[in-house]
Design a protein around this ligand. Structure first.
Ligand code: WTA
Length: 643
């Protein structure tokens, strides 16, 4: 474990909202007197149509947790309307296309107008409060407009990452029973086109309840058109009214659903409700990034993931920031792309994933050194553990040793950042996610839920509710209870392994369930196995993560073929393609190992712990294999691995 402390640059410490002195006091208040603390935050960060009567009710036993009870508010009003008086001409969304010559801006006034028009388009199509709308769009301004328009009329958006396959899209549309889909003709990333409308058409073959598809013209390519169902975004917008009164939503009303992978079964529709989520997104954005009015803020995450929801859209817009939306990738047209954009727009706050940092680090400093990056003040990272090597490069080369790095730990379920350094307050330790955010009570425990000694790895749990916590799994409260609250009763189980050092710094080890983080993307082994097992030649499969220098992890699949079928390279290619087609290109398999058999206990359970060791090439100490039904299976697997 790395334990070198980096002090925060002095000029920042003086301007930071949170400093060494007030962090401890505020943290203590947030834990000792949460109602008072959160009441203050909620009135500071959100404009309410009518105030809440009770700050919070429910706990991790009853699981009917509510925040800011009876408060009324609207997300789009908070993200847009209330800023108009002071900053209607300030840029809200700065869009940089994949092609360096393509860009556009939307001021707060323009965003207001577009959102109102589009909200009326939705209304004209019969969309009402509580209806679910699926958004399958690339990183273009219309994705922000669509999300905010939904919230304006109280519709619940469900954004599906635009790289997902037609099958993944239809599964998500069906689970949430969406009424309408918003997509584009094509997406553009890294110079390549993504045929979104064709994917959507294919997905919708299985979704009879989607009555309308609104299509944004991104590239203008010819696309198939269903006269009865499809509508052009730009045409509908022209015919819609300009005024749209924001719906008064209850604090506990759903704001959005976002699907994420779990250990087993199909992806879970994580449901966030309005009041708590918005308070938490706004507050974490301001304090963690030390956001100051006028800052140019850039989070590189795709809006298809939670980081994009909370820190490209909601957090920054709630704080009246200029948020940069980037359509492209870090390596196109060259490895200097990120830093050129930073210089071009004088970005002050930059938030990305360790996998991007590692990939760019590998290409050498020359790409970075061509740029000045003088505007940068704060750097952030999220999504997976960052190795101290990559941290050092980010700090030294990208930030010129004057930008603190906030390594932020959180999850789709937590709504916002949970454990993080505070720039200006936290002496940094490369590789550690540092201290809990206000109101967050994390603990590292053993299998029985007893706290482990400092320095020992255990399960990371959270002991008390906080406003950003998900409301439930859409349509499945039982699964919500069982996934997060059953194993260590009365606590929220994160699914991560972690330890805390003697100075109270948290270190995340990684997932300790069957979720794999590949390039920061969250993928469930169960979903991958279901696809592999659907292939005619496959008898069964087990998928685990194996470490990778750039991607953090790769997908490592053990595959057993049906009797009589010989392993061959063609079959490997087919299986890799199958995963790409059925899930999406971000779920690419790194390695397939043929397995005569899989190691199973006498009760028939696959011993994944063993498979993880084999995938990681840790072959000398495989641990206790005495409970296996056939220990000989292991020798075959090890033999095959060594080949
Ligand atoms: C991992 C992403 C180490 C963790 C916001 C968590 C991290 C999962 C960090 C959630 C970090 C996130 N250091 N690991 N700073 N941030 N993780 O739902 O395993 O896509 O459980 O949300 O990412 O992934 P999700």
């Amino acid at each position: 474990m790395e334990n070198k402390i980096r002090e925060v640059p002095a000029q920042l410490a003086s301007s930071a909202y949170i400093n060494k002195e007030n962090y401890q006091t505020l943290y203590k208040q947030s834990i000792d007197n949460p109602d008072l603390f959160w009441a203050e935050q909620a009135s500071q960060f959100i404009t309410w149509f009518s105030p809440w009567k009770t700050v919070q009710s429910g706990d991790f036993k009853t699981l009917d947790i509510r925040w800011f009870i009876d408060g009324k508010l609207n997300a789009s009003y908070n993200c847009i309307d209330r800023h108009l008086k002071e900053r209607k001409d300030q840029i809200a969304i700065l869009w940089q296309g994949d092609n360096p010559n393509e860009s556009s801006t939307l001021t707060y006034q323009q965003l207001y107008e577009k959102v109102c028009h589009f909200a009326n388009v939705l209304k004209n199509l019969g969309i009402k409060k509580g209806d679910r709308i699926c958004i399958y769009l690339p990183m273009i301004p219309e994705i922000a407009i669509a999300m905010l328009a939904c919230t304006r009329i109280g519709a619940i958006h469900s954004v599906v990452f635009s790289a997902f396959s037609p099958d993944s899209l239809s599964a998500r549309i069906l689970d949430a029973d969406c009424r309408l889909l918003i997509t584009a003709d094509e997406g553009v990333r890294g110079g390549k086109k993504n045929p979104l409308k064709s994917h959507a058409d294919k997905a919708l073959e299985k979704c009879p309840n989607v009555k309308h598809v609104i299509v944004v013209k991104r590239t203008g390519t010819a696309i198939p058109w269903n006269q009865k169902r499809d509508l052009w975004y730009h045409e509908e917008l022209e015919n819609a009214d300009a005024e749209c009164t924001p719906e008064k939503m209850d604090s506990d009303d759903p704001l959005f659903i976002l699907y994420t992978s779990g250990s087993t079964g199909s992806p879970k529709g994580i449901l966030h409700s309005t009041g708590g989520y918005l308070v938490y997104a706004a507050m974490t954005h301001k304090f963690v990034f030390n956001y100051q009015p006028g800052d140019i803020y850039w989070c590189t995450a795709d809006i298809g993931w939670i980081t994009g929801h909370s820190y490209v859209i909601y957090g920054p817009l709630l704080n009246g920031a200029t948020t940069l939306l980037f359509e492209g990738v870090p390596h196109y047209p060259t490895f200097a792309r990120f830093w050129e954009i930073v210089d071009q727009y004088k970005v002050n706050i930059f938030y990305t994933a360790p996998t991007a940092i590692r990939a760019l680090h590998k290409e050498g400093d020359q790409w970075v050194k061509k740029t000045s990056r003088k505007s940068l003040k704060i750097l952030g990272t999220v999504g997976e553990p960052i190795n101290p090597d990559a941290w050092e490069w980010y700090y030294r080369v990208i930030g010129n040793e004057h930008c603190p790095i906030v390594d932020t730990w959180w999850q789709t379920e937590t709504g916002g950042i949970m454990i993080t350094p505070f720039p200006g307050a936290t002496p940094l330790k490369p590789g550690s996610v540092s201290w809990p955010f206000f109101g967050v009570l994390p603990l590292v425990v053993d299998e029985q839920g007893n706290p482990v000694e400092d320095g020992k790895v255990g399960k990371l749990i959270i002991k008390k509710p906080w406003p950003g916590l998900m409301k439930t799994i859409y349509g499945d409260q039982q699964r919500f209870k069982e996934t997060y609250f059953k194993e260590i009763p009365g606590n929220y189980l994160t699914g991560d392994g972690a330890d805390r050092d003697k100075e109270g710094y948290f270190w995340i080890v990684g997932r300790n369930d069957d979720v794999i983080k590949v390039s920061g993307h969250r993928i469930g082994s169960g979903e991958l196995e279901a696809v592999l097992n659907s292939h005619a030649s496959v008898a069964e499969s087990a998928v685990v993560g194996a470490p990778d220098e750039i991607k953090g992890n790769i997908i490592y699949a053990f595959v057993t073929l049906k009797s009589g079928i010989q392993p061959n390279d063609q079959l490997k290619k087919e299986l890799i393609q199958l995963i790409k087609d059925e899930i999406g290109p971000h779920a690419i398999i790194g390695t397939i190992q043929w397995a005569k058999d899989l190691p199973k206990t006498r009760s028939g359970k696959i011993m994944r712990r063993l498979l993880r060791k084999i995938a990681c090439n840790e072959l000398t100490d495989l641990g206790d294999t005495s409970t296996l039904a056939d220990p000989g299976v292991v020798d075959d697997l090890v033999g095959e691995r060594k080949k």
